[in-house]
Design a protein around this ligand. Structure first.
Ligand code: C5P
Length: 290
């Protein structure tokens, strides 16, 4: 049987790093919101000798290093199914961008294989958490307040907006970004107030800003200091007309949020960067149980 999926990217609408844990990971708090930018996954699986074949179009490895491959392997262990699996991954979400592309693809493989094998009874969250901290969110997607290492997910209503994404051409490694926090958190982040979540006020724009009003990302002051390209985009955004902007995940992708598509397109046209680093996306079609 064959199945096609479109795993979506996410934005972090505010991100607080709360503390380092005994296992070396960090407790965080963030609002994750799925957006329309997506990859394409075609999965075929037949009963047979355990085998995984992966073909990628775009910037992604084709072997066991790819989270998609690992997801297929973890699914077979969890379900005890012996499958001959072929996967075609077409990448459109930039890799290592803070947009959760690889995590969303991995969740897509777990969901796709559960559907193909009729094993929708399986608890995919545990398998997702084994694959990576951001993977559990993508099992249901939509919008959620995410805490813990990333595995505690409380759905909230989808926040309607159009976004302009600005992806400076630099690589930020997530472990490196966390180690900057470890080294400098005393200086920068002693008053890390938490994101307030008032479900009654979510999914509504107030005075030109979507919930949460404060889109502060604790990685930003650290990355601005160490990565000139990030500092440049942050300066530009501060000086711009848009006051609902932020950094997604550990970067380097920035977003600017607008209520209407026209405003987003107008902002996108006003940017001085070329089209290769800018895109638009929205939250239409993102489903949420919140
Ligand atoms: O879980 P994942 O493999 O995506 O995490 C990549 C790295 O990011 C981890 O090895 C860890 O260094 C860091 N991380 C963290 N705290 C989190 C999530 C990720 O320290 N909550």
């Amino acid at each position: 049987m064959r199945i096609s999926l479109q795993p979506r990217a996410k934005l972090n609408l505010g991100l607080r790093i709360l503390s380092i844990r005994k296992d070396g990971y960090h407790d965080l708090q963030s609002i994750f919101q799925e957006i329309s930018l997506c990859d394409r996954l075609t999965i075929e699986a037949l009963p047979g000798r355990r085998r995984i074949r992966l073909k990628c179009l775009g910037d992604a490895p084709e072997g066991p290093d790819n989270l998609v491959w690992k997801a297929a392997s973890v699914f077979m262990e969890l379900s005890d199914e012996s499958l001959d699996i072929s996967i075609l991954l077409e990448k459109r979400i930039p890799a290592r961008a803070g947009l959760g592309g690889g995590s969303s693809d991995a969740a897509g493989v777990l969901l796709g294989l559960a559907r193909i094998t009729g094993r929708e009874d399986l608890d995919l969250f545990e398998a997702a958490a084994v694959l990576g901290s951001d993977v559990p969110f993508f099992i249901n997607g939509g919008a959620a307040m995410v805490t813990g290492r990333g595995e505690r997910i409380a759905a909230i209503p989808v926040i309607p907006f159009h976004a302009v994404l600005i992806h400076p051409p630099v690589n930020v490694s997530t472990p490196m970004a966390y180690s900057l926090w470890d080294a400098e958190s005393d200086t920068y982040l002693t008053n890390s107030d938490t994101i307030r979540h008032d479900s009654a006020s979510s999914a509504v724009w107030h005075e030109g800003k979507p919930f949460p009003h404060d889109l502060r990302n604790d990685f930003l002051p650290l990355l601005e200091k160490h990565i000139p390209e990030i500092a440049e985009v942050a300066r530009f955004m501060s000086d711009s007309q848009c006051d609902s902007w932020g950094l997604s995940g550990s970067g380097p992708t920035f977003y600017a949020l607008f209520r209407g598509e026209g405003e987003a397109r107008c902002f996108s046209r006003s940017l001085r960067w070329n089209n290769s680093i800018c895109r638009t996306a929205d939250t239409a079609g993102a489903s949420s149980n919140g």
